[in-house]
Design a binder for this molecule. Structure first.
Ligand SMILES: Cc1cc2nc3c(=O)[nH]c(=O)nc-3n(C[C@H](O)[C@H](O)[C@H](O)COP(=O)(O)OP(=O)(O)OC[C@H]3O[C@@H](n4cnc5c(N)ncnc54)[C@H](O)[C@@H]3O)c2cc1C
Length: 572
């Protein structure tokens, strides 16, 4: 088929994650015809697996939860955490654009957010940090409203399912970790609602249509696209960007079909976290695509497509990821990130020499970065070990293994059970050290020192438990510091920890309107990009919960708005 015979729209969007769905919706709101092309057989990308938090500093909803913010504080915080590595105009575009995006989505569509009051910024020492309210959470959504398209929404990340069955909101899930009966009432309500949905679950072969977190975010965006007749084509791979007169004018699919874009092409194909060759070429070693929990379709396609038309990769940024410590439980569909576990008392991380190397309760991105720093120094931090005692095991989960009070060791499925090679267990610390090949004297000394810190409630080595973020996932009944509990009760456990990630965050260089830049820093006409296919406005930082979805959605929004302006400028 020739191009003239192909399909024609205003905006072609590659990828159906956070950036892609938001960009397509902005196009529809502007009256533009758009199509979303998704390579895989399911839509939603990593965004559908995410916790759905969208970090918008100084958002208009913070007042509702009694937290004051200001543009000055937002600016100071972003400036501090990005360490001068991100151009000021890009940070400005994000801060202004994110607020405008939320306001327009809420005003003109059914996308709705609540501020999460108790979700502190991830760097509590930075100026302008807030105790909460900047992360916005999508309101729950009934998947039935999507009709048959619910069946092809990418499933949520398995760790987001309570009792492997149903979802809860961010604050409700965190409340389950709090002491007392009241915080658990949400669980009863959740169970009750779940029981009432048995008929609709049958329709979806057991999948529960009550959606929260990233499932609710992507489902809401998709529902709004459906209402405006914007198609999302699954199993559709773009093999080439089409150009004419120095401008990107459309795409060619693997089938040979062409789709012409009157205004522009938005590349929103996610990162390259699942491309092992690229990981090893651009990132610190050791690294492995299997340590990522990012979407399996995120293999860096958008980078290659854009390079073919003159885009250059931002090599100075390519080593970055949205890091998180992760475990690799056997028999599971994915790695598991230790977002909660890493911070809980009666546990710590050590390298293979038995020495701590990081504040385990600091944000997960910092832990990944610290693992690589320690590895460069000692060669012994990847993989590291998470060590914990019987008190931890009883109360808290570790990856897919539920707390011992719900799932004692004998009821843990075979490959995950102690003795299966993944979860190690011993009656003494010395025996545990021998089992995992760590010098026993070092481990004993580290435990002794850490237990002393736990007693005094301070960690002078790594400052664990000093910020609100450190205490976000902790145990309030543990005193004097809820993040620091001694490792002193047998049996003792260990599990290997890897620098996993939620996705890569670098590649195409873009301007404040998400136009893709060439080697000279000049915008390639007709080509725009947003999300993890681009070099992040957050630099190497992870500022707070939602720090990846917010820029992905914002720059997709700005890209599509710019398309109309840019194309008009050409016509004039
Ligand atoms: C478990 C988990 C929890 C997370 N929680 C949060 C959170 O609460 N807040 C937050 O901010 N971030 C979170 N993240 C990270 C966040 O989900 C991602 O950073 C974000 O989704 C990136 O958006 P994106 O649009 O760039 O890519 P994605 O959402 O990953 O979407 C990319 C899509 O492009 C498709 N694609 C790839 N190649 C092609 C091609 N050639 N043609 C067409 N389509 C293609 C992919 O199949 C995929 O569907 C989380 C991630 C995970 C895995």
């Amino acid at each position: 088929m020739t191009m003239a015979e192909g399909h024609e729209v205003d905006v072609v969007v590659l990828g159906s994650g956070a950036a892609g769905l938001t960009g397509a919706l902005r196009a529809a709101l502007l009256g533009d015809a758009a199509v979303v092309l998704e390579k895989s057989g399911v839509w939603g990308g990593s965004a559908a697996m995410s916790a759905g938090a969208v970090w918008v500093p100084n958002n208009s909803k913070m007042g509702e939860v009694g937290i004051a913010d200001s543009d000055e504080d937002a600016w100071a915080y972003l400036e501090a955490v990005t360490e001068g590595k991100v151009p000021a105009q890009d940070r400005r575009a994000f801060l202004d654009g994110a607020n405008r995006m939320v306001e327009i989505l809420e005003r003109d569509t059914g996308v709705r957010f609540d501020p999460v009051r108790e979700y502190p910024d991830y760097d509590g020492f930075a100026p302008g940090a807030k105790a909460g309210g900047r992360p916005l959470e999508p309101l729950p959504f009934d998947g039935n409203l999507l009709g048959e398209d619910f069946a092809t929404l990418h499933p949520c990340y398995p760790g987001e399912l309570i009792f492997d069955r149903f979802m809860m909101r961010i604050a409700e899930a965190r409340a389950l970790m709090q002491p007392g009966v009241k915080p658990k009432l949400g669980l009863l309500a959740g169970l009750g609602r779940y029981a009432l949905r048995s008929r609709s679950r049958r329709r979806w072969h057991g999948r529960d249509p009550y959606l929260t977190l990233g499932q609710a975010l992507t489902a809401r965006l998709r529902a709004e696209l459906k209402a405006r007749d914007v198609p999302v084509r699954l199993n559709t791979t773009v093999q080439r960007l089409l150009t004419a007169n120095g401008r990107v004018v459309g795409v060619e699919l693997a089938t040979g079909e062409t789709i012409r874009a009157r205004k522009g092409v938005l590349v929103a194909t996610g990162g390259f976290e699942r491309n092992n060759d690229m990981r090893k070429r651009y990132q610190p070693l050791p690294v492995d695509a299997g340590w990522s929990v990012g979407h399996e379709g995120n293999t860096g396609d958008g980078l290659a497509l854009a390079e073919q038309v003159g885009a250059v990769l931002d090599t100075a940024m390519m080593h970055n990821c949205w890091w998180s410590p992760a475990v690799l439980p056997p028999g599971q569909p994915t790695a598991w990130v230790l977002v909660i576990e890493k911070s809980l008392p009666f546990s710590f991380f050590v390298d293979r020499a038995g020495r701590r190397f990081v504040n385990e309760a600091s944000n997960y991105n910092n832990i990944g970065q610290s693992m690589y720093k320690a590895q460069a120094k000692t060669g012994k931090a990847i993989p590291a070990w998470m060590i914990f005692d019987a008190k931890y095991r009883k109360k808290f989960p570790i990856g897919p293994v539920k707390p011992g009070m719900l799932q004692p060791d004998r009821r843990v499925p075979e490959p995950l059970r102690p003795g299966g090679g993944w979860l190690h267990k011993a009656d003494t610390l010395a025996a545990l050290a021998t089992e995992i090949g760590v010098p026993a004297s070092n481990l004993a000394a580290t435990v002794e020192r850490f237990n002393g810190f736990a007693k005094q409630g301070e960690d002078p080595d790594f400052h664990r438990g000093e910020t609100l973020n450190d205490l976000h996932y902790s145990d309030p009944v543990v005193t004097p510091n809820p993040s620091l509990g001694p490792i002193d009760t047998a049996p003792f456990y260990a599990v290997e920890v890897f620098p996993g990630d939620l996705g890569t965050k670098a590649g195409l260089r873009t301007d404040t309107n998400a136009r893709v830049l060439d080697v000279d820093g000049v915008a390639i006409a007709g080509l725009y990009a947003a999300g993890n296919v681009t070099s992040s406005v957050m630099g190497g930082s992870y500022p707070g919960a939602g720090g990846t979805l917010a820029p992905a959605m914002t720059f997709a929004f700005l890209a599509v708005e710019a398309m109309s302006v840019d194309v008009d400028a050409v016509v004039e």
